[in-house]
Design a protein around this ligand. Structure first.
Ligand SMILES: [Zn+2]
Length: 247
């Protein structure tokens, strides 16, 4: 028998839906007995984006089996909002946020590291590897590939909407409420390890002439044996962040 459920998706979850289903209630036909998680994903929304589901106004788990006539409201992860009085679907957000980025997000990874966020990235990560590391190290997956987020086992993930890195970094700071955690030049841009400050004297032989003249602060990565300073990339990114009042 053909059954019907009504769905309404809220806020940014609408990004995953075709325009005729955005920001309104719509009917969804189904035949087989299906969990609400599978039904939501079949509509295009990865479950990792979802934090609260109400069926006929009551919170349910992902495993809830949808009945004929159910009225289902689906809410996104409220990383920056306190909804602790409601029953959320995942056990606590991961607080001191750590991230792992997919192969499409190399530049974003650099920007995040520049701001001191823990952002793992390799340009040859396989999807399985990303999922495995995410679970083992409790890292939130940032991805341009919704497929990763639909894999079973994935608990924390976020699909990056913006295409340009300038907008992506703002998107990430807002979404995960990272504004107060910015700690510029605390991580290596190449390997994500923690940097330590070093004196000009110690590194002066390795510096290009102009850098020697104009730069005062230097940071050293033991892993890469590399020296960093606040060069043109940094100034560009700082400009972007300042524009949004995040500095
Ligand atoms: Zn390094």
């Amino acid at each position: 028998m053909l059954k019907k459920a009504t769905f309404r998706f809220y806020e940014e979850l609408n990004d995953f839906l075709p325009s005729n289903k955005r920001k309104k209630r719509f009917e969804h036909d189904f035949i087989d007995i299906t969990s609400v998680k599978d039904m939501i994903e079949s509509l295009g929304v990865p479950h990792t984006e979802v934090d609260l589901i109400l069926v006929n106004a009551f919170p349910v788990k992902f495993s809830y089996l949808v009945n004929n006539g159910d009225d289902i409201s689906v809410y996104p992860v409220f990383e920056s909002l306190d909804i602790s009085s409601l029953q959320q679907l995942r056990p606590k957000s991961l607080r001191k946020q750590k991230f792992i980025l997919d192969v499409h997000l190399g530049t974003l990874a650099k920007y995040m590291r520049m701001l001191g966020f823990d952002a793992l990235y390799k340009n040859d990560y396989k999807n399985e590897e990303i999922v495995k590391i995410s679970l083992k190290e409790k890292r939130t997956i940032l991805t341009k590939d919704r497929g990763i987020l639909k894999r079973s086992g994935v608990t924390h993930g976020y699909w990056i909407r913006n295409v340009k890195v300038d907008s992506q970094i703002i998107e990430v700071i807002k979404r995960f409420d990272l504004r107060d955690q910015i700690k510029e030049f605390s991580r290596c841009l190449l390997c994500n390890s923690l940097l330590r400050k070093t004196s000009k004297m110690k590194v002066i032989r390795r510096l290009p002439r102009k850098v020697k003249e104009f730069q005062k602060e230097f940071y050293y990565c033991k892993e890469c044996d590399k020296v960093f300073w606040k060069g043109s990339h940094y100034i560009k990114m700082k400009g972007i962040i300042e524009k949004f009042g995040f500095w």
